[in-house]
Design a protein around this ligand. Structure first.
Ligand SMILES: C[S@@+](CC[C@H](N)C(=O)[O-])C[C@H]1O[C@@H](n2cnc3c(N)ncnc32)[C@H](O)[C@@H]1O
Length: 315
């Protein structure tokens, strides 16, 4: 993005999506980007596990779509049926625009909201832009590109634990700042002590290309963060957020599940050990194999997630 020059990037954003562009504040961007250049190194780059992570999405775009669509349904008072192109949703941990891509595939262009894909990894933002998505480079803790009160929904999901605990209040306050009054914030992560949190601590930390020592969330922490930022109608729920794969036979569907998980978590040390990966998945989550109505095999691991939501106060 920076390689193409900031003015070219801004013009490109306006061309990609004039609806989302209305929420963009171009003043002070250059100065803030200089600061970001000095402060934004993380593991989601080509040197870390960024490329492997994107490979997992190439293996199956829809593997995580049940959870994604559940989260998007929480971003409108009428649920999923209320989603439409005039809504602006800002995904503050967008990666390669995964949520945007799933929404577009499942809802179709005629119903997909306008997405602002935002990430602290320049590698991820470049990938979004390469794929024709509206994307900006910034931290969730300081979304300086976005105007006050300008978006209908803010999402932080699939990686919120990467925001250090001390910076989480700033990130939630920033979500409130960019939302229009009545707009909805959805925060998703995994619960301290849950099978997914233990999977990260025991398996990912041991076998990944990068260490994974990030504190997850408690329901109390989510409630406190939303209360401090004065959100209304706050709820905290546990949702199922599975990985699901379909294929013509049991062996190929299990192989796909193992390959996906190895790529997603950068489990380089388990790359050649499919049976070990499957045994670990079964131990932590349980693997369920069923037949679909079309006679295909479906493999599913039952992840659960913690989801907070609230509306920006109107008064
Ligand atoms: C596990 S990935 C998830 C990406 C995408 N939402 C998905 O589901 O595929 C987490 C993303 O959060 C980004 N990230 C981590 N800390 C961040 C921060 N403070 N601000 C913005 N993005 C951050 C990473 O660069 C990475 O792209």
């Amino acid at each position: 993005m920076v390689s193409i020059g900031i003015n070219t990037h801004i013009a490109e954003l306006e061309r990609i999506d004039p609806v989302a562009f209305k929420a963009i504040n171009t003043s002070a961007v250059t100065e803030s980007l200089d600061h970001l250049t000095r402060s934004s190194r993380n593991e989601f780059t080509s040197e870390g596990r960024g490329a492997d992570y994107l490979d997992s999405i190439q293996l199956s775009l829809l593997a995580r779509s049940e959870g994604v669509m559940d989260l998007l349904g929480k971003m409108h008072p009428n649920g999923r049926n209320g989603l439409c192109p005039s809504l602006i949703i800002c995904d503050l941990l967008a990666g390669d625009g995964y949520v945007n891509k799933v929404a577009r595939r499942i809802l179709g262009a005629a119903r997909c909201p306008a997405f602002i894909n935002s990430d602290i990894s320049q590698f991820m933002v470049d990938r979004c832009i390469r794929d024709g998505l509206f994307a900006i480079w910034q931290s969730a803790t300081n979304p300086f590109w976005i105007r006050d009160g300008s978006v209908d929904g803010v999402l932080m999901a699939y990686g919120t634990h990467h925001i250090p605990r001390a910076q989480r209040p700033a990130a939630v306050q920033a979500a409130a700042r960019v939302l229009r009054p009545g707009g909805i914030f959805v925060l998703h992560d995994f619960e301290v002590g849950s099978p997914t949190a233990r999977w990260f601590a025991d398996v990912v930390s041991t076998h990944s290309v990068t260490p994974h020592d990030y504190p997850h969330f408690t329901a109390g922490e989510v409630l406190d963060l939303f209360a401090a930022a004065q959100f209304d109608e706050v709820t905290v729920q546990r949702i199922t957020d599975p990985f699901v794969f379909q294929g013509r036979d049991e062996e190929s569907v299990l192989q796909l599940l193992a390959d996906y998980v190895v790529k997603m978590y950068g489990l380089v040390k388990l790359r050649a050990h499919t049976q070990r990966v499957l045994a670990l998945l079964d131990e932590y989550f349980g693997i369920e194999i069923t037949r679909t109505s079309h006679g295909e095999f479906e493999a599913r691991i039952a992840r659960n997630a913690l989801v907070g939501s609230g509306r920006r106060c109107i008064g």
